[in-house]
Each structure stands twice: as structure tokens, then as C-alpha cells.
Design a protein around this ligand. Structure first.
Ligand SMILES: [Zn+2]
Length: 78
């Protein structure tokens, strides 16, 4: 599954690159789901035809960084 816009494809690859988010088909192209598997887990909708691919890519990166569930993953580690 490759995004037609290079900027968005790169952002998607970055976001799923660390393994916390995964990409699934959905929405207008795909949706990035965070590792929090409950209903309130993050869902980042990837637009198939963003008016400004660069802005959309940056928005996805920001949304991925805002995930608060990520801290659960090493919570018991010191
Ligand atoms: Zn999350």
C-alpha cells in the first residue's frame, strides 16, 4: 500500500517505522492506528488527495507525536 504523494508516503513510513502505529485500509486511503488497542486509541486518517501533501504529512507526524498511549509501553521500566 503506497500513497500517491511522496511526502505523505514518507510520513506514513516514518510513523509506522517504530512499530507503535500500524497502517490499515480505511477512510479515504488508510488509517494509522496506535498500539493502544482500545476504542480510544489514536486513529490518524490519511487523506488520499490532500490539497497540500506537505502540510498533510506534517499534520500526520504531529498527530503521531501527540499519542499519549505510547507511555504505557515502558511504564514499568525504569
Ligand atoms: Zn494513541
Amino acid at each position: 500500500m503506497r500513497h500517491p504523494k511522496k511526502e505523505v508516503q514518507e510520513a506514513v513510513e516514518e510513523i509506522i517505522g517504530d512499530g507503535w502505529f500500524r497502517l490499515e485500509p480505511g477512510g479515504h486511503w488508510g488509517v494509522l492506528l496506535c498500539g493502544h488497542r482500545e476504542r480510544d486509541g489514536c486513529r490518524l486518517y490519511v487523506n488520499a488527495t490532500p490539497q497540500n501533501p506537505g502540510n498533510h504529512a506534517n499534520k500526520l507526524r504531529r498527530q503521531a507525536l501527540k499519542c499519549t498511549h505510547r507511555t504505557e509501553r515502558g511504564a514499568t521500566e525504569t
